[in-house]
Design a protein. Structure first.
Ligand code: AMP
Length: 219
């Protein structure tokens, strides 16, 4: 695959389990722009016990959003690094209208890719997921069934369900996403900078829609 170097500032919105991370990685590779994932950056700050990390730890632990000013400062610093010269892909930012307004003061966003997936399909996808605690292989009780029920094909370990794949947790995270993101979707839609991506098809089909949308706005 050829890497195209273009200046491109993208934002990706998508509920948990919608395949946002997978698509962000593929886009980052295709367009040669870094994926700037707020959650990953924050976890890194916490692990390194930086001043930002110390301030945001309790927010991360409780699943609440961190303070806008801190997050905006962190993103501002990250996108000023040399690897962002040709653009970047924001994943997990902005998450509030305040953050979107601050981002607008910093730069112009070329396109917001909004992954749309039916919530019930996401619940089914996440709740049925089983993972091997030993070798990290991923299965699904309906879509990717192991040969022997509940046992890893690769290493024979007993499969488990991740805590955050429990139905109650999945529904809570989806509701938080809906409440936080819906106003942002409308904000960018009004600006004519947002395109809906049907996230119900396979990984390659979703990626193809994104590439089409991006190539359609290339300067
Ligand atoms: P994520 O990995 O994107 O789900 O983010 C993990 C946690 O980091 C969230 O639950 C928040 O506590 C925090 N976080 C991530 N992005 C933001 C943001 N844009 N604004 C505020 N808090 C955030």
């Amino acid at each position: 695959m050829h890497r195209l170097v273009i200046s491109m500032k993208l934002v990706i919105f998508g509920p948990p389990s919608a395949g946002k991370g997978t698509q962000a990685q593929k886009l980052s590779k295709k367009y040669g722009i870094p994926q700037v994932a707020t959650g990953d950056l924050l976890r890194e700050h916490v692990a390194k016990k930086t001043p930002i990390g110390i301030k945001v730890k309790s927010y991360l632990d409780s699943g609440r959003l961190g303070p806008d000013d801190l997050i905006v400062q962190m993103i501002g610093e990250r996108v000023s690094k040399p690897d962002c010269i040709n653009g970047y892909l924001l994943d997990g930012f902005p998450r509030t209208i305040g953050q979107a307004q601050e981002l607008e003061k910093m730069t112009d966003i070329d396109l917001v890719l909004n992954i749309v997936v039916d919530f019930e399909a996401l619940v089914e996808r996440a709740v049925g997921r089983r993972i091997c605690p030993k070798c990290a292989a991923v299965y699904h009780v309906k879509f990717n069934v192991p040969q022997a029920q509940g046992i890893c094909d690769k290493c024979g370990s007993k499969l488990i369900q991740r805590d955050d794949d429990k139905e109650e947790t999945v529904r809570r995270r989806l509701n938080v996403y809906k409440e936080q993101t819906a106003p942002l979707v409308e904000h960018y839609r009004k600006k004519g900078r947002l395109v809906d991506i049907d996230g119900s098809s396979g990984i390659d089909a979703v990626f193809a829609q994104m590439v089409k949308a991006i190539d359609g706005i290339k300067k």
